[in-house]
Write a protein that binds this ligand. Structure first.
Ligand SMILES: CC(C)(COP(=O)(O)OP(=O)(O)OC[C@H]1O[C@@H](n2cnc3c(N)ncnc32)[C@H](O)[C@@H]1OP(=O)(O)O)[C@@H](O)C(=O)NCCC(=O)NCCS
Length: 231
């Protein structure tokens, strides 16, 4: 098969996918999806100072308990099940479980919104040096800062305000331990997360970007949080 006949169908499939994204989500999302393939990855940095954190009681969440999650093996398995919910990949649970064990070993802590004993929404809080694999860098947090990440709500519970309530709860709990500022990183095209974060009182304070060009990796942006390129 000539290279030409091999690439044409692939190109037209990519074009069709691009047009479908453009129609469904608009140009901003299309650019955000295409840019990483051209070597540009970018995340918005959002912050919230704990002193002004919205009370999680401001959300009407009947039957939901917001809390730090226990970290035994059974509890971690429940989190991996939540994270893999809706996935058809049988390896998804196992790989998430491994990742969660590593996060726990680093000292990161999970918070959950729980209903009938089952976690329906999850986020993790990290302190100190926190790797950001997507951007090939590491956040360097002050002792009074935390990085909130890996936010996920079970697919059938989305739109119920679980994540804003969970972030508000996590902030209030962290403030009791002396934390004054939390940051989180969100892809510019992730409208649901940006809306959930706005509701939890977070606002954009910068952006972090990685540009790979001719084999060279550059870190760009006005980050709003201390970071170093990963070695
Ligand atoms: C982003 C996410 C955590 C938001 O959690 P949530 O508990 O649904 O938060 P909210 O209830 O505040 O919903 C946020 C927005 O998502 C919308 N939404 C997205 N998917 C939805 C769905 N399947 N059903 C209902 N609403 C949905 C909501 O309507 C809401 O928008 P609105 O303010 O216009 O009503 C959740 O959509 C999710 O798990 N997404 C996949 C993982 C992800 O993107 N994580 C963030 C990584 S940075």
């Amino acid at each position: 098969m000539s290279p030409r006949t091999g690439t044409r169908p692939a190109r037209s499939a990519a074009l069709r996918r691009g047009l479908a994204t453009l129609r469904a989500h608009g140009p901003y999302v299309l650019v955000d999806r295409v840019a990483p393939r051209l070597g540009l990855r970018r995340l918005l940095v959002l912050e919230r100072h704990t002193g002004s954190a919205a009370a999680s009681s401001a959300y009407d969440l009947a039957g939901v308990t917001l809390r730090a999650w226990s970290c035994d093996e059974a509890a971690l398995r429940a989190l991996a099940e939540l994270d893999a919910a809706g996935s058809t990949d049988p390896a998804a649970r196992a790989s998430r479980l491994l990742r969660y064990r590593e996060q726990l070993a680093r000292g990161d802590r999970p918070f959950v919104a729980e209903r009938d004993g089952r976690p329906d929404a999850l986020c993790w809080a990290a302190a100190g040096a926190s790797p950001i694999a997507y951007l090939g860098c590491e956040l360097r947090l002050r002792s009074d800062e935390r990085y909130l990440y890996d936010a996920i709500t079970r697919p059938d519970a989305r739109g119920e305000r679980l994540m804003p309530a969970l972030y508000a709860h996590a902030l209030a709990a962290l403030a009791r331990d002396g934390v004054t500022r939390a940051v989180t990183l969100v892809r510019p095209s992730n409208a649901p997360m940006l809306r959930a974060m706005a509701r939890a009182g977070f606002s954009v304070c910068g952006s972090l970007a990685q540009l790979t060009i001719a084999g060279r990796v550059l870190h760009l942006g006005r980050p709003g949080v201390a970071y170093v390129p990963a070695v």
